[in-house]
Every structure is written in structure tokens, then in C-alpha cells.
Design a protein around this ligand. Structure first.
Ligand SMILES: C[S@@+](CC[C@H](N)C(=O)[O-])C[C@H]1O[C@@H](n2cnc3c(N)ncnc32)[C@H](O)[C@@H]1O
Length: 219
């Protein structure tokens, strides 16, 4: 994909996608209480702002997995921006709604049974903590609108560390402000793998106010 669309074309495709989301009526449903994810337009705008803000900091990733992909907003945006992306989401109901939503928006999001970047944009239904990875490595791992359940489980970052290529990065985005994010990252309970460096970026006037980029020092 990279090279097929220049920056201007990518921006136009995202603009078109946003216009289409306004026109269609969606009835997304989820079992948890937070309602932000049920608004595709708001989520796409917020995620797009995050990706634009960190553009110069990610290197030039070719492949990305996004863990906890929900309705697959970030999977699709990463793909449009030229990064082959597979979203991993354990909730079946979200995955089937994501496929329907993006087909209505004329984006060919597909389901994959394995980590196959040639299928991008794709979603894989699995619990990230139970997945088996052979020797696969990726350039970028994202977790947008990060859930506590994922980030506070030491298994999550341990697995990410194994999956990352040399110079690979982990991008976390959260609705909490940078002060709170810093406190969480500095707390004794935060399971940051040894040797990882942390960069915090503020995103003003955005739903996701803070982005954290993690990278291994030796990478
Ligand atoms: C707060 S939602 C964010 C959804 C999406 N990333 C977004 O930005 O709109 C977190 C998602 O992570 C998923 N999740 C949590 N733990 C997971 C795991 N171990 N494996 C796969 N998905 C998981 C949840 O089901 C939920 O859909």
C-alpha cells in the first residue's frame, strides 16, 4: 500500500470515509457501558488525530497489529495510511459489527484466522493473551483507547516485546491526561518491560488526550 497513496490521497480517502460515516445510520452495540466506541465518526477523528500527531515518531512501519481493536477503526485507518494492519479483538459481537460497518462504508475489511498482513485491513478474533505466535515479528503494536484490563496485565507487554521487530514501537493512546498517564507509568504496578523507554505526547482538544510510545533501548 505504501507508495500507492501519497499523503494528499490518504487524507482525501480519510475525508471521504468520514463523510460516509455521517450519511449512514449505525446501530452499533456493545455490552460495556462506555458509549464512545459506538460513534464511528468521533472514534475515527480521534484516532486519525493521534496518528497524525505521532507520524514522525514511528519510523516507517510496514506492519501493525492493534490489540483490542473493538470496531476496527484503527485497523482501517492504519491501512489507509499505508501500514498493513491486523486488529485482534476477543469479542465476537464487535467483530461481526465491524465487518458489517466497514462493508457499508465500502472498505473491504476482512476476517483472518491467522496473523496474515497480506489480508490487510483484517481482524482476527482471539484473546491476545492466548494467541500462539511462531516467529512472527511486527513493526508496530498499537492499543487505542487503552483498557486497564489489557495494559495492567504484565502478560500484554511481555508478549508485545517478543512480537516486536528491532526498532519496533508500541503506541498506546488514552483518554486520560498526560499527568495521570505519567503517574500510571511511574507506578510500581505498571508492568513496563525492563529497558523500555517511554515518550509521552499530549494531543490537545482530542478525545484521546495522551499518546505513549514505548521502545526498547537496545532496539
Ligand atoms: C476500550 S476498547 C477500545 C476499542 C478500540 N481500540 C477503540 O479505540 O475504539 C478495548 C477493547 O479491547 C478488547 N480486549 C481486552 N482484552 C483483550 C484481549 N486480551 N484480547 C483481545 N481483545 C481484548 C476489548 O474487548 C475491547 O473491545
Amino acid at each position: 500500500m505504501r507508495g500507492l497513496f501519497n499523503q494528499k490521497q490518504q487524507d482525501e480517502r480519510i475525508e471521504e470515509l468520514l463523510e460516509k460515516t455521517v450519511k449512514i445510520k449505525t446501530n452499533l452495540f456493545q455490552e460495556t457501558k462506555d458509549k464512545e466506541q459506538l460513534n464511528p465518526q468521533k472514534r475515527l477523528v480521534s484516532i486519525n488525530n493521534v496518528l497524525n500527531a505521532v507520524k514522525g515518531k514511528l519510523g516507517r512501519p510496514k506492519t501493525a497489529i492493534n490489540i483490542g481493536s473493538g470496531f476496527a477503526y484503527e485497523t482501517v485507518l492504519l491501512h489507509i495510511k499505508g501500514i498493513k494492519a491486523v486488529g485482534i479483538e476477543k469479542v465476537h459481537l464487535k467483530n461481526i459489527q465491524a465487518l458489517t460497518l466497514f462493508h457499508r462504508l465500502e472498505i473491504l475489511l476482512v476476517q483472518t484466522e491467522e496473523l496474515d498482513f497480506s489480508k490487510s485491513p483484517a481482524i482476527l478474533e482471539a484473546d491476545f493473551h492466548k494467541m500462539r505466535f511462531d516467529k512472527q515479528k511486527v513493526d508496530l503494536i498499537t492499543m487505542f483507547y487503552l483498557s486497564k484490563e489489557l495494559i495492567m496485565n504484565p502478560e500484554t507487554l511481555r508478549r508485545c516485546e517478543k512480537l516486536l521487530k528491532k526498532n519496533g514501537k508500541i503506541l498506546l493512546s488514552t483518554e486520560v491526561n498526560s499527568k495521570v498517564a505519567r503517574q500510571i507509568l511511574n507506578s510500581k504496578n505498571f508492568p513496563l518491560p525492563k529497558g523500555f523507554s517511554v515518550e509521552i505526547i499530549k494531543i490537545p482538544r482530542n478525545f484521546e488526550k495522551t499518546v505513549v510510545i514505548l521502545k526498547g533501548r537496545s532496539r
